[in-house]
Design a protein around this ligand. Structure first.
Ligand code: G6P
Length: 608
């Protein structure tokens, strides 16, 4: 995600800022920038791409300053261009601001600024905040920031400077981390301790809704309501590597564990529970056309294809629109029939997968409406679609996709409900559905508690070289995804199947002790899948069931039961996949595999 570094003290700011940004590179970014004040003048330099591209632009103008703010941007609003990169300035050009997080009401705020005669130059939510703080400035940056933040809905970590007060940096946070490193007559503020640790291990952690002022007067902090807050200086004891991984052993487990937060971000500002409505700004221009579409083709590769299969089920069940999911690599060469009224939805974490892009182009060429569900803002697929929905789950570093998958399913759940509601879904049904969806981040949090149990199960079957994963209906793609996770990172052969198909062949594989993961949440397939559990047991297989909390029956039948909280059937995959991610992760660790960089695999496959 985005990163912030800010410095004020006796040393030269620019090298400290760029060095700090490099420490945050592991978080992923697509552009970078910095602003310094020297001799009462504010200078900003920004660049798309790597920090080295920014360094090439660091001329004399940004040298010898002793105060500055810097940022690495992971685009959320607006493409990763130089104009959209931070820092952003106010209308007077005297203030610069960097921001992490999402300002949900930025449209309303930008309307307000327009009425005040303030024009916006970029597509970002951050510029709105910079302009708003500048507009409210009357001689105190701290007061202007406070006043502006009171108007803001959403999340932020910010740092701001103003040429009229070159001796201070003002920082604030809500839902986005910010840490103040305390040195000898100097302060270094960062969104992540990794950028601070080489300077000092003495830090102050800002809390939500807190504003800090650092600089020549030392450190002080207040609440958004201006009440003073007293803070303790704490000692960081972690190494740099531990910090980057947030205390986890691998990026994959870090990303699994951050799913409650990433899914919260994927839904932020999009669920209007009061009006029982889904607000997907990226589809606004095509909503009418999409609602009337006669057929939807979902296309993707790998994990994203599994998300597409779940999307197919959701769109058919909830929106009642005929839907099919296609491997992009097959679809692109099939001379597909695209009639008037066909919509193609390309799903991709990276937005750069060559097969998905080619499938999208093929369908577009034939006249389909093209929608993207993409994580990487401004990526090729995002640019080549008519409209789309970003995942907003943050950069995914582990090669085996986890949080992007759950993000894709979350977005598809929202699209299905948006279309359903516009076609025939009742207000009451939509209300129930949205309220359940809003619970998902908390329920994922609860589900993550099965981690130790999945490790014990993995340990028990670690020598088995063949596993089966069975699911029915909407859980069938979850079974495929669970099997893929295990294959990808632990190199154990695993096969995912629609449970009823087992009797048509794969049942021959089952022998004494073979691990068979069966996804059996409550729902209208429950009784049928219980039959599959019995078929496996009677042939000596070991059943690892993923079931709904409180299910007593399954406890008697399965060798192991991993419980997940209850949810309406359509939303269950958002929870049932979590134990499967954990199971694969622990199996790979126990087998000593390189979890984040599995052999032969690439995170983004930009070749055919
Ligand atoms: C590669 C990755 C998979 C991923 C697939 C699609 O094969 O190893 O993890 O699911 O590409 O990637 P995309 O970026 O399009 O979602």
């Amino acid at each position: 995600m985005c990163g912030i570094v800010a410095y004020i003290g006796q040393q030269e700011a620019t090298p400290i800022l760029t060095e700090g940004l490099k420490r945050l590179e592991y978080r992923g970014y697509d552009s970078a920038g910095l602003a310094v004040i020297r001799d009462g003048k504010l200078t900003i330099r920004r660049a798309v791409g790597r920090i080295s591209a920014l360094e090439e632009r660091l001329d004399n103008e940004v040298q010898q300053a002793q105060v500055g703010i810097a940022h690495t941007r992971w685009a959320t609003h607006g493409a990763p261009t130089e104009d959209n990169a931070h820092p952003h300035r106010d209308a007077t050009g005297k203030l610069a601001l960097v921001h992490n997080g999402i300002i949900e009401n930025y449209r309303v705020l930008s309307q307000y600024l327009k009425t005040q005669g303030i024009e916006l130059e970029t597509d970002t939510d951050t510029e709105v905040l910079a302009k708003l703080v500048g507009h409210l400035y009357e001689g105190s940056l701290e007061d202007a920031v406070r006043e502006a933040l009171r108007e803001v809905r959403g999340t932020f970590g910010i740092a701001a400077v103003h040429t009229d007060e070159p001796g201070v940096i003002v920082a604030a946070r809500r839902g986005s981390p910010l840490i103040v490193g305390v040195g000898q007559d100097e302060f270094i503020i960062a969104s992540d301790a990794a950028a601070i640790i080489q300077h000092t291990s003495q830090v102050i952690y800002l809390s939500d809704n807190e504003i800090a002022v650092v600089g020549d007067g030392g450190f002080r902090s207040t609440t958004l309501e201006a009440a003073p807050v007293s803070k303790e200086v704490e000692e960081i004891e972690w190494t740099l590597e531990q910090l980057e991984l947030g205390g986890h052993q691998h990026f994959m487990i870090k990303e699994i564990c951050e799913q409650p937060e990433s899914i919260r971000n994927a839904m932020r500002g999009r669920l209007d529970l009061d009006a029982s409505r889904i607000v997907l700004g990226g589809l606004a221009n095509v909503t009418r056309e999409l609602t009337r579409t006669k057929r939807i083709i979902l296309t993707a590769c790998g994990t994203a294809w599994h998300a597409g299969m779940i999307g197919e089920y959701l769109i058919e069940q909830i929106a009642r629109i005929p839907c099919e999911t296609e491997y992009a690599s097959e679809f692109r060469y099939r001379n597909p029939i695209i009639d008037d009224g066909t919509t193609i939805i390309a799903i991709s974490q990276s937005g750069e997968t060559a097969d998905t892009l080619a499938a999208l182009r093929e369908a577009r060429e034939k006249g389909a409406l093209a929608i993207g569900i993409v994580n990487s803002v401004g990526s090729t697929i995002a640019r080549e679609t008519d409209a789309g929905v970003y995942l907003h789950v943050g950069p995914e570093i582990g090669v085996a996709s986890t949080k992007a998958f759950v993000g894709q399913v979350t977005v598809l759940s929202m699209i299905a409900a948006m279309l359903g509601r516009r076609r025939h879904m009742s207000h009451a049904d939509c209300d129930t559905y949205l309220r359940a969806l809003a619970q998902v981040p908390d329920l994922i949090e609860r589900t993550l508690a099965v981690s130790d149990q999945t490790r014990e199960i993995a340990q028990q079957y670690i020598e088995r070289s063949n596993w089966l994963y069975l699911g029915r209906g909407i859980q069938y793609p979850v079974a495929l995804e669970g099997a893929l996770k295990l294959k990808e990172i632990s190199y154990i052969h695993a096969e995912g199947l629609p449970a009823a198909e087992m009797k048509h062949g794969p049942i021959a594989l089952i022998n004494e002790g073979m691990p068979v993961v069966i996804i059996t949440p409550r729902g209208h397939w429950y009784d049928k899948i219980i039959n599959n559990v019995e078929q496996v047991r009677s042939r000596g297989g070991s059943v690892i069931a993923v079931a709904t909390e409180g299910d007593k029956q399954i406890e008697k039948l399965a060798d192991h039961v991993i419980f997940v909280p209850d949810l309406p059937e359509e939303l269950q995959p958002l929870l049932t996949v979590i134990p499967l991610q954990l199971l694969a992760y622990h199996a790979a660790v126990l087998r000593g595999c390189d979890v984040d960089k599995p052999r032969n695999l690439a995170k983004s496959v930009t070749v055919e």
